[in-house]
Design a protein around this ligand. Sequence first.
Ligand code: NAD
Length: 490
Amino acid sequence: MTEVLANYIGGEWRRSTARETLPVLNPATAETLACVPLSPPEEVDAAARAAAEAFPGWRRTPVLERVQYLFRLKRLLEEQFEDLSRTITTECGKTLAEARGEMRRAIENVETACGTPVLMQGYNAEDIAAGIDAFLIRQPVGVCAVIAPFNFPGMIPFWFLPYAIACGNTFIVKPSEKAPLTMQKVFHLLEQTGLPRGVVNLVNGARQTAEAILDHPLVRAISFVGSTPAARHIYARAAANGKRVQCHGGAKNPIVVLPDADLEMTTRIAADSAFGCAGQRCLAASLAITVGEARRTFGEAIAAEAARRRVGYGLEEGVEMGPVIRAESKARIERLIGVAAEEGARVVVDGRGARIRGYERGFFVRPTVLDGVPPGGEIARTEIFGPVLGLMHADTIDEAIALVNSGAYGNMACLFTSSGAAARKFRYEAEAGNIGINVGVAAPVASFPFSGARESFFGDLHGQGRDAIEFFTQEKVVVERWPREWSRTF
Ligand code: NAD
């Protein structure tokens, strides 16, 4: 019988009372790996109560003691690194090398959060008026929660969880219903760290479970990562409930290739960006805007690179790209390739109808290149979230930047060039929160915020780094007067 995943609430594993479950599939084989319960609001309530009960004691635990649990977690994650990486590949399809990269990024966030004793310090000023001093101190917010997407099931909860608990908050994770297995394993490791009961909680489910978190009065802060429509909805609903909220949304990332770019390097990096993780990365290059002569040189090189990429099961040696997450995703991506052709784009490399020997039931789409995507059309605007790169052309860098800024999203924009002046201009003018110069996936390391903008982010403080510390702490300013005459001689 297929295992139904348990929730972890108040320091114990609890079977969900959910009447409905969903299958968790291996997207390369379509095999059912487990079933995920759609936990009802009562289970969210139990998690929120457990977290609220744990909060006063955890908050009073000195920060130097709190981070000891993270040091233990880091050791356990390193010990289980291979198993966690394989779990990511199995439930979400990316290659093992990509899954290892993801787990490395997760661990870097734990390491960075170990600096919380310094990062969470406030500041002070003596004599802001005669004999009066002022202090800013940072205190934890209370019960916080993350609602996570399927595409980085190991990493994304770590943009938040280690910082939240190091700052003295207690925490609830709601993983994606499509890829909940990695967090299940991570929570077994969290349990082994000996964290007090209720400090971390895991509740499985889909939209309804997430909404119960958004509406729960004991939950003080919400972190979300996922598609833009969900991000918008969650931002509004959580804010209406008086919570602090940060919502990372979808993307349509443009890269600009100037004629002076190193062609070999640019092609390799652009292909990794567009087709890596089967294009299911919020920092995947989705549009390449070539300037001048790069239209021909880059256009030919990227098509050759797309056509030669080895597609298959991510656990197998030599495979460079895995499947997309579900049969519906494959159907949607293939439909959008058809729309591109109807809009007048040329399908130079066509990834539709892929069949991989030995994995005929898998949800594979091969790398696809569309030339001459019309600006303003559906394909120029829509997040495809598959291994599809659209090419557009511009005569000048100004025209290219105007095309970059005509999109609604703002997760990432990249430039490939050997000109410092062009790089500076791009950095200055491109309207995106993460900028890459000769870099195809401009993912900030853990000590920097993951800086999406425009339709890719709702809120002000992002995940990771100092932003996370600010998000997970409440500032308090104290103004103190101690008149001198009170200082009798002791
Ligand atoms: P999704 O929006 O479908 O789901 C994300 C999470 O939200 C899941 O846990 C899901 O159960 C929950 N959810 C979905 N709709 C909801 C609703 N209306 N109310 C409450 N909860 C809801 O996203 P996905 O398909 O899992 O992930 C892919 C998307 O995530 C892409 O759009 C991608 O660009 C985006 N993403 C963004 C970033 C970023 O940093 N900006 C990072 C990773 C993924």
